[in-house]
Ligand binder design. Structure first.
Ligand SMILES: [Fe+2]
Ligand SMILES: [Fe+2]
Length: 328
């Protein structure tokens, strides 16, 4: 395998890790444990309920030096990718950066009365604060927004382009710190320790660049697509609701229009409390004809109860409320 090779679901997980050991970080952030024996990438993902195409998209993106153009079009699971990003935040804030600080403290030769060492520590602490703010914003706003999107809801006052507009590159300050140490750190007995810290800072810097690139080039496009789908669904729902409303209105209208003049007269008689015999006499028709009309009215209006027929007659102004016989 090489950087030109694209990892696939049938590759052995152990082979791709040996090919590029930085994928160990990718594995742990997706929640994939070690001890996978000779299992393929697909099997390992399946055993831990991780979306395999999303894992491969990130692994290949990192292996290809953050180039997306050479990657096949993959359906990325926004949910899976968000787990990866959240775990990465947790790793940086609760493990990687505190570890670097501890090593930095050890490496700084406090016996030397040198302000440079304290300035380095101060600079590092202010950097960690920035990273914490950056990641807290993503946890609190971006991921919360995307979680709602996944439930089919679209926020009115936030979209992923707002995140894109102010997504800054948090690794820059770390590069500055690293360069300052390399250039200006005073000669010390514990030089090997400072070099070990520098090694960690180099790795952390690379990892942060990678993290931001995954957010910009994999996460954002996948969320944009999700936004589009949610908007389409909501539009479709709105249109269906409007069509249903219009249909309801038209059905009521056509049912009423469909009533013959004689049927309307019979409704008036019914709601005035007249019996079939009285209606027949009043309209000079047979009782049998009255019954047939009433059956047709019930079918056309889908109303079978005299009470609801009364409501219908009042709402549609077939009778005045004062004419209605109370108790129907
Ligand atoms: Fe992030
Ligand atoms: Fe970020």
């Amino acid at each position: 395998m090489s950087k030109k090779h694209l990892y696939s679901s049938t590759d052995k997980m152990s082979d791709i890790i040996c090919d590029n050991y930085s994928l160990l970080q990718v594995m742990s952030r997706f929640g994939l444990p070690l001890g996978f024996g000779d299992h393929s990438v697909e099997e390992v993902c399946k055993n831990s309920h991780v979306d395999c195409p999303t894992f491969l998209a990130v692994a290949n993106f990192i292996n290809k030096g953050h180039s997306r153009s050479s990657l096949p079009q993959t359906e990325i699971s926004v949910e899976s990718l968000m787990v990866y990003l959240k775990n990465a935040h947790h790793y940086f804030l609760d493990f990687q950066l505190p570890t670097i600080r501890r090593k930095l403290l050890e490496a700084i030769d406090c016996s030397m009365d040198n302000e440079v060492t304290f300035l380095i520590l101060k600079f590092f602490d202010s950097y960690v604060k920035e990273v914490r703010n950056h990641m807290s914003y993503e946890d609190m706003y971006v991921f919360t927004y995307v979680e709602k999107l996944l439930k089919g809801k679209k926020s009115e006052d936030y979209d992923i382009n707002m995140f894109v507009r102010h997504h800054d590159h948090i690794n820059e300050k770390l590069t500055e710190l690293k360069n300052s140490i390399i250039k200006y750190y005073p000669v010390s007995k514990k030089g090997y320790m400072m070099n070990a810290v520098l090694f960690d800072i180099f790795n952390c810097e690379k990892d942060l660049v990678s993290h931001n690139a995954v957010e910009d080039h994999l996460f954002v496009p996948a969320v944009l697509q999700l936004e589009e789908e949610v908007m389409k669904n909501l539009d479709h729902q709105n249109t269906s609701n409007k069509v249903e409303e219009t249909n309801d209105k038209e059905e009521t209208k056509s049912a009423q229009d469909d009533l013959s003049q004689r049927e309307k007269e019979i409704i008036c008689c019914v709601v005035k409390g007249m019996s079939n015999k009285e209606i027949a006499e009043n309209l000079f028709i047979s009782v049998h004809t009255v019954i047939t009309h009433r059956r047709n009215i019930a079918r056309k209006l889908q109303i079978h109860s005299p009470t609801l027929l009364t409501v219908y007659a009042i709402v549609n102004k077939l009778v005045d409320i004062s004419e209605v016989k109370v108790g129907i």
